[in-house]
Design a protein around this ligand. Structure first.
Ligand SMILES: [Zn+2]
Length: 283
């Protein structure tokens, strides 16, 4: 499952590869993967690529004539540049025919991914982008603290909620909470200012180092660069349930938090309550 660092790697790759290129035609090889808004049922082709942007796990490819292509890779979506028709991967559902005889292809065996073509000047016009909370890598420390402090929810499901903060998934939330020494079931409104600052810094550090290392599973999402992401070797907790904590040696515990497999260190990540629990004497 691509998370923010993987999508960011794909974004950088597309930004470089599509520079100055034009899309001449679009071939829908499987219906329902690429959608267009009812008011603009077909893209105004040809279009020239302007830049590649990202919000959370959503890729945003911008073209001239106010045309935008949103790409959500979900589970198995993958973009690649086939040299010719014989190089198409199985499950290639959308083919963008570029100038200079090149192609950009989208394959997706499980077909959970979505491509949405959109015409409009502002991102606010795009419902799919409006529905996302601020991007986890661009949110300010104050903005981040405000999002968490004003909610009364367990921290892990809150960080996974894309409408609150976009981009974090299971791997990076576990890694971030471990680095910040916060229990996954900690109630967000109980976090002190110091912990919120530590959590924000941990988010930035984990995401940036994952991006530097090409994400955890980048091989699955980008075609022709063909490099496997190197980040998985740096996981401290994810996939390490039952093994020793890298900080204290305690056995890492694997539990379910809001239906998601969650690994944490019971010694480094203790549940804390800020409000005093009153004790009542029994009569
Ligand atoms: Zn520990």
């Amino acid at each position: 499952m691509p998370e923010l660092p993987e999508v960011e790697s794909v974004r950088k790759y597309l930004e470089k590869s599509l520079k100055g290129r034009r899309i001449l035609q679009i071939e829908h090889r499987f219906p329902g993967i690429l959608s267009t808004p009812p008011q603009a049922p077909s893209p105004l082709l040809p279009v020239r690529f302007v830049n590649a942007d990202r919000k959370g796990k959503m890729l945003i490819l911008r073209f001239d004539k106010d045309q935008t292509l949103l790409i959500h890779l979900r589970m198995t979506g993958r973009l690649y540049f086939p040299v010719s028709a014989k190089d198409l991967l199985p499950h290639t559902h959308v083919l963008f025919i570029l100038d200079r005889g090149q192609h950009l292809a989208y394959s997706d065996p499980r077909r959970f991914g979505r491509l949405i073509w959109f015409v409009g000047r502002s991102d606010d016009d795009i419902r799919e982008l409006r529905a996302l909370g601020p991007d986890a890598l661009s949110v300010s420390e104050e903005g981040f603290a405000h999002l968490l402090r004003t909610r009364n929810r367990m921290i892990k499901p809150l960080l996974l909620d894309q409408s609150i903060l976009s981009g974090l998934g299971n791997i990076y939330v576990d890694e971030t909470l471990f680095l910040a020494r916060i229990h996954p079931k900690q109630i967000s409104s109980n976090l002190s200012g110091k912990k919120l600052a530590r959590l924000w810094a941990a988010t930035q550090q984990i995401l940036e180092s994952a991006i530097e290392n090409g994400g955890s599973t980048i091989r699955d999402f980008v075609g022709s660069s063909g490099k496997a992401g190197g980040y998985q070797q740096y996981h401290s907790v994810y996939g390490r349930g039952g093994l020793g904590c890298v900080q204290c040696g305690q056995t890492l515990r694997k539990v379910l938090v809001a239906q998601r497999g969650t690994t944490y260190c019971p010694k480094c990540q203790r549940l804390q309550y800020r409000t005093k629990v009153r004790s009542f004497k029994r009569r």
